[in-house]
Design a protein around this ligand. Structure first.
Ligand code: OGA
Ligand code: NI
Length: 198
Protein backbone atom coordinates (compact mmCIF):
# COMPACT_ATOMS: atom_id res chain seq x y z
CA UNK A 1 0.00 0.00 0.00
CA UNK A 2 2.85 2.36 0.83
CA UNK A 3 3.89 2.40 -2.84
CA UNK A 4 0.41 3.51 -3.83
CA UNK A 5 0.43 6.27 -1.21
CA UNK A 6 3.86 7.27 -2.51
CA UNK A 7 2.71 7.54 -6.11
CA UNK A 8 -0.31 9.63 -5.12
CA UNK A 9 1.99 12.00 -3.25
CA UNK A 10 4.65 12.06 -6.00
CA UNK A 11 1.96 12.91 -8.55
CA UNK A 12 0.62 15.68 -6.38
CA UNK A 13 4.07 17.19 -5.94
CA UNK A 14 5.13 17.00 -9.58
CA UNK A 15 1.82 17.34 -11.49
CA UNK A 16 -0.67 18.85 -9.00
CA UNK A 17 -2.58 15.58 -8.89
CA UNK A 18 -1.88 11.92 -8.25
CA UNK A 19 -3.61 8.98 -9.86
CA UNK A 20 -3.23 5.30 -9.05
CA UNK A 21 -4.99 2.33 -10.61
CA UNK A 22 -5.98 -0.65 -8.48
CA UNK A 23 -5.99 1.46 -5.33
CA UNK A 24 -8.55 -1.00 -3.96
CA UNK A 25 -8.82 -4.71 -4.71
CA UNK A 26 -11.67 -6.56 -6.41
CA UNK A 27 -13.23 -7.62 -3.15
CA UNK A 28 -13.41 -4.07 -1.83
CA UNK A 29 -14.71 -2.84 -5.17
CA UNK A 30 -17.47 -5.45 -5.10
CA UNK A 31 -18.48 -4.65 -1.51
CA UNK A 32 -18.56 -0.88 -1.96
CA UNK A 33 -20.42 -1.19 -5.26
CA UNK A 34 -22.98 -3.49 -3.71
CA UNK A 35 -23.51 -0.99 -0.90
CA UNK A 36 -24.07 2.04 -3.13
CA UNK A 37 -26.44 0.04 -5.33
CA UNK A 38 -28.34 -0.94 -2.18
CA UNK A 39 -28.58 2.74 -1.17
CA UNK A 40 -29.86 3.57 -4.64
CA UNK A 41 -32.43 0.78 -4.48
CA UNK A 42 -33.67 1.92 -1.07
CA UNK A 43 -33.79 5.54 -2.18
CA UNK A 44 -31.19 6.52 0.43
CA UNK A 45 -29.06 8.67 -1.89
CA UNK A 46 -29.92 12.36 -1.79
CA UNK A 47 -29.39 15.32 -4.09
CA UNK A 48 -25.97 16.76 -3.26
CA UNK A 49 -25.69 20.39 -2.20
CA UNK A 50 -23.22 23.19 -2.54
CA UNK A 51 -21.84 25.06 0.46
CA UNK A 52 -22.16 23.93 4.03
CA UNK A 53 -24.75 24.06 6.81
CA UNK A 54 -26.27 27.58 6.82
CA UNK A 55 -25.14 28.18 3.29
CA UNK A 56 -26.23 24.78 2.11
CA UNK A 57 -28.30 24.78 -1.05
CA UNK A 58 -28.93 22.39 -3.86
CA UNK A 59 -28.44 23.68 -7.35
CA UNK A 60 -29.07 21.27 -10.17
CA UNK A 61 -27.47 23.65 -12.64
CA UNK A 62 -24.17 23.16 -10.85
CA UNK A 63 -24.24 19.56 -9.71
CA UNK A 64 -26.58 16.65 -10.23
CA UNK A 65 -25.01 13.82 -8.29
CA UNK A 66 -26.75 11.89 -5.55
CA UNK A 67 -24.75 11.27 -2.39
CA UNK A 68 -24.75 9.54 0.95
CA UNK A 69 -22.32 10.51 3.71
CA UNK A 70 -20.58 7.81 5.65
CA UNK A 71 -21.23 7.98 9.39
CA UNK A 72 -18.44 9.70 11.29
CA UNK A 73 -18.81 7.29 14.19
CA UNK A 74 -17.47 3.85 13.39
CA UNK A 75 -20.81 2.15 13.74
CA UNK A 76 -22.56 0.37 10.91
CA UNK A 77 -19.58 0.71 8.65
CA UNK A 78 -18.54 -2.95 8.32
CA UNK A 79 -18.64 -2.69 4.55
CA UNK A 80 -16.56 0.46 4.47
CA UNK A 81 -14.23 -0.49 7.32
CA UNK A 82 -11.39 -1.66 5.10
CA UNK A 83 -11.63 1.44 2.96
CA UNK A 84 -11.66 3.67 6.03
CA UNK A 85 -8.48 1.95 7.22
CA UNK A 86 -6.81 2.76 3.88
CA UNK A 87 -7.75 6.41 4.25
CA UNK A 88 -6.63 6.60 7.88
CA UNK A 89 -3.29 4.99 7.03
CA UNK A 90 -2.87 7.42 4.17
CA UNK A 91 -3.51 10.33 6.56
CA UNK A 92 -0.85 9.00 8.94
CA UNK A 93 1.55 8.55 6.05
CA UNK A 94 0.97 12.10 4.83
CA UNK A 95 1.43 13.54 8.31
CA UNK A 96 4.64 11.59 8.76
CA UNK A 97 6.23 12.21 5.37
CA UNK A 98 4.79 15.54 4.22
CA UNK A 99 4.48 17.46 7.49
CA UNK A 100 0.76 17.92 7.03
CA UNK A 101 -1.39 18.15 10.13
CA UNK A 102 -4.47 16.29 9.08
CA UNK A 103 -6.77 15.36 11.91
CA UNK A 104 -10.02 14.24 10.34
CA UNK A 105 -11.84 13.33 7.18
CA UNK A 106 -15.29 13.07 5.70
CA UNK A 107 -16.49 10.73 2.99
CA UNK A 108 -19.49 10.15 0.83
CA UNK A 109 -20.70 7.82 -1.85
CA UNK A 110 -21.69 9.56 -5.05
CA UNK A 111 -23.88 8.40 -7.90
CA UNK A 112 -24.04 10.36 -11.13
CA UNK A 113 -27.00 9.03 -13.01
CA UNK A 114 -27.20 9.30 -16.77
CA UNK A 115 -27.04 13.01 -17.64
CA UNK A 116 -25.51 14.10 -14.31
CA UNK A 117 -22.46 16.36 -14.02
CA UNK A 118 -20.69 18.68 -11.59
CA UNK A 119 -19.58 22.01 -13.07
CA UNK A 120 -16.13 23.53 -12.51
CA UNK A 121 -15.41 24.09 -8.81
CA UNK A 122 -12.91 23.66 -6.03
CA UNK A 123 -13.68 21.47 -3.04
CA UNK A 124 -12.92 23.81 -0.19
CA UNK A 125 -15.94 25.90 0.69
CA UNK A 126 -15.71 29.60 1.38
CA UNK A 127 -16.93 28.97 4.91
CA UNK A 128 -13.67 27.02 5.34
CA UNK A 129 -14.35 23.42 6.07
CA UNK A 130 -10.71 22.56 6.69
CA UNK A 131 -10.57 20.42 3.59
CA UNK A 132 -6.93 20.01 2.49
CA UNK A 133 -6.97 17.07 0.12
CA UNK A 134 -9.59 15.39 -2.03
CA UNK A 135 -9.38 11.69 -2.75
CA UNK A 136 -11.77 9.96 -5.09
CA UNK A 137 -12.04 6.26 -5.71
CA UNK A 138 -14.15 5.06 -8.63
CA UNK A 139 -16.45 2.10 -8.43
CA UNK A 140 -17.26 1.55 -12.09
CA UNK A 141 -16.46 -1.96 -13.13
CA UNK A 142 -16.80 -1.61 -16.86
CA UNK A 143 -15.97 1.87 -18.05
CA UNK A 144 -15.27 2.50 -21.70
CA UNK A 145 -14.60 5.45 -23.91
CA UNK A 146 -17.81 7.24 -24.79
CA UNK A 147 -19.41 6.63 -21.39
CA UNK A 148 -18.58 10.22 -20.39
CA UNK A 149 -18.30 11.21 -16.74
CA UNK A 150 -14.60 12.02 -16.98
CA UNK A 151 -13.02 14.09 -14.26
CA UNK A 152 -11.67 17.20 -15.95
CA UNK A 153 -8.72 18.78 -14.15
CA UNK A 154 -7.79 22.43 -14.75
CA UNK A 155 -4.03 22.22 -14.41
CA UNK A 156 -1.87 25.36 -14.62
CA UNK A 157 -1.09 24.99 -18.31
CA UNK A 158 -3.66 22.58 -19.64
CA UNK A 159 -6.78 20.61 -18.93
CA UNK A 160 -6.68 16.87 -18.48
CA UNK A 161 -9.43 14.26 -18.56
CA UNK A 162 -9.35 11.28 -16.24
CA UNK A 163 -11.65 8.35 -16.91
CA UNK A 164 -13.53 7.10 -13.85
CA UNK A 165 -12.29 3.54 -14.17
CA UNK A 166 -13.11 1.15 -11.34
CA UNK A 167 -10.50 0.90 -8.53
CA UNK A 168 -8.74 4.02 -9.82
CA UNK A 169 -7.97 6.68 -7.23
CA UNK A 170 -7.33 10.39 -7.80
CA UNK A 171 -5.77 12.75 -5.26
CA UNK A 172 -5.38 16.55 -5.28
CA UNK A 173 -5.43 19.67 -3.11
CA UNK A 174 -8.99 20.67 -2.21
CA UNK A 175 -8.32 24.39 -2.06
CA UNK A 176 -6.29 24.74 -5.24
CA UNK A 177 -7.21 22.49 -8.10
CA UNK A 178 -10.27 23.43 -10.10
CA UNK A 179 -12.06 20.47 -11.60
CA UNK A 180 -15.37 19.31 -12.97
CA UNK A 181 -17.24 16.13 -13.73
CA UNK A 182 -18.31 15.94 -17.36
CA UNK A 183 -21.78 14.69 -18.18
CA UNK A 184 -22.03 10.99 -17.62
CA UNK A 185 -23.88 8.87 -20.13
CA UNK A 186 -24.42 6.01 -17.76
CA UNK A 187 -24.52 5.55 -14.01
CA UNK A 188 -21.18 6.58 -12.52
CA UNK A 189 -20.28 5.59 -8.97
CA UNK A 190 -17.55 6.65 -6.60
CA UNK A 191 -16.56 7.10 -3.01
CA UNK A 192 -14.99 10.47 -2.25
CA UNK A 193 -13.07 11.56 0.79
CA UNK A 194 -11.71 14.85 2.03
CA UNK A 195 -8.77 14.91 4.39
CA UNK A 196 -9.04 17.81 6.80
CA UNK A 197 -6.87 19.84 9.13
CA UNK A 198 -9.85 20.91 11.25
C1 OGA B 1 -16.60 16.32 -5.90
C2 OGA B 1 -15.95 16.01 -7.19
C3 OGA B 1 -15.09 14.40 -8.75
C4 OGA B 1 -15.33 13.02 -9.27
O1 OGA B 1 -17.34 15.47 -5.39
O2 OGA B 1 -16.36 17.42 -5.37
O3 OGA B 1 -15.43 16.91 -7.77
O4 OGA B 1 -14.59 12.60 -10.18
N1 OGA B 1 -15.89 14.73 -7.64
O5 OGA B 1 -16.25 12.35 -8.80
NI1 NI C 1 -14.94 18.42 -6.43
Amino acid sequence: MLEKYESLIDGLISDNFGVVDDFIDDEMLAKLTEKILYFQEEDLLKQAGIGQSDFFQTNSEIRRDLIRWLPTQKVNVQTEQAFIVLIEEFIQYLNKTCFTSLISYEMHYALYQKGAFYKKHIDRFKSDSGRKFSIICYLNNEWKEGDGGELLLYLPNKTLKIEPIGKRCVFFKSDELEHEVLTSFKDRMSITGWLKDK
